[in-house]
Design a protein around this ligand. Structure first.
Ligand SMILES: C[S@@+](CC[C@H](N)C(=O)[O-])C[C@H]1O[C@@H](n2cnc3c(N)ncnc32)[C@H](O)[C@@H]1O
Length: 304
């Protein structure tokens, strides 16, 4: 489970959708604390990858740097230091080629953006997230933090990570979850050991709702008085269903995420396709967006 190498081929559409949501959220999150003049704020990318895909499309770490770069004037003006924590680790590989590529990509980006280099501090890690997460948790708890967990698979959604993030009051987080796994591997014992959620319940609706239903079950794991709010964004990739889980305690943070989600899909604000069959198919593109006049015009021409 979960050993697919995303960087050995070009990012597909759903990966790009995920990365755009990640970066849009960074864009919206950074000013919240910078404008308050907080001395330091932290961004954690626990599964950073190499920086770019095979075709040079930016991955999460470079997108994060890009978003800080676009606001570097305010960062200086408010005397905030942004600490960016980037981790990349290839399990079972002696040579950590991707980690070296990550450092190279960031170093080249910083050389080309000198003021960014002065505005931020980057910490690189080459560790299994399982070991690194508990080490960095005190730092996450102590500071305004934005946490990305762009895992392959589902493992890091289990209680030992998820419920720890729930306790962090100034932390917003975005998980990637391969939700199809919950559907396909739910009966395996190894799987059951990780997740104390009602999978029968999560599987009661059609497959396309698995991500949304997993999130409903996760909500039941939260302490009764929890202020954490969770929102799903389902990503359809071929026949698979993946998704983002967004979590934050502050209503303004939730508002920012929902604005981003609705801007991406005006039909439902929760998926990269028409998950609720809200629109007649003749009015939709493949990815659930309403057809523009140009789309309709092109269709007409093709039919002639
Ligand atoms: C889905 S990819 C992340 C992609 C990245 N966010 C990007 O935009 O390019 C997951 C990454 O985590 C790495 N990885 C796999 N298992 C890991 C682990 N246990 N701890 C840390 N990193 C891991 C993989 O090598 C892979 O580069």
């Amino acid at each position: 489970m979960g050993n697919l190498d995303l960087h050995s081929k070009p990012f597909d559409r759903s990966t790009i959708a995920k990365l755009e949501i990640f970066e849009d959220y960074a864009q919206a999150w950074i000013p919240t604390f910078v404008m308050q003049g907080r001395p330091s704020i932290h961004i954690f990318d626990f599964f950073a990858g190499t920086g770019y895909d095979e075709l040079g499309v930016k991955g999460s770490p470079i997108r994060i740097l890009d978003k800080i770069n676009s606001q570097v004037g305010n960062v200086f003006k408010n005397n905030t230091t942004i600490v960016v924590h980037l981790n990349e680790f290839e399990p079972n590989k002696r040579e950590q080629r991707k980690f070296e590529l990550l450092k190279e990509s960031c170093s080249t980006f910083l050389k080309a953006n000198k003021s960014l280099e002065r505005a931020i501090q980057i910490e690189f890690y080459n560790e299994d997230c399982e070991e690194l997460f508990p080490k960095l948790l005190p730092l996450i708890k102590k500071n305004p933090s934005l946490v990305y967990l762009d895992q392959n698979g589902i493992k890091f959604l289990s209680d030992q990570y998820f419920l720890e993030l729930e306790k962090c009051k100034e932390t917003d987080f975005l998980y990637f979850v391969s939700s199809s796994y919950f559907w396909r591997f739910a009966d395996l014992d190894a799987f059951k050991g990780h997740f104390q959620i009602d999978l029968e319940e999560a599987k009661r609706d059609p497959f396309k709702f698995i991500h949304k239903n997993i999130l409903k079950e996760l909500k039941k794991r939260l302490p009764i008085n929890s202020s954490l709010k969770l929102y799903p964004y389902t990503l359809k990739k071929g026949t698979n269903i993946h998704g983002i889980v967004f979590g934050a305690s502050h209503p303004r943070a939730v508002d920012k995420f929902l604005t981003i989600a609705w801007k991406r899909n005006e039909l439902n604000g929760e998926a990269n396709f028409d998950i609720n069959n809200d629109a007649p198919s003749s009015q939709l593109t493949l990815f659930g967006k309403k057809k523009t006049k140009l789309d309709l015009f092109e269709e007409k021409i093709t039919k002639l």
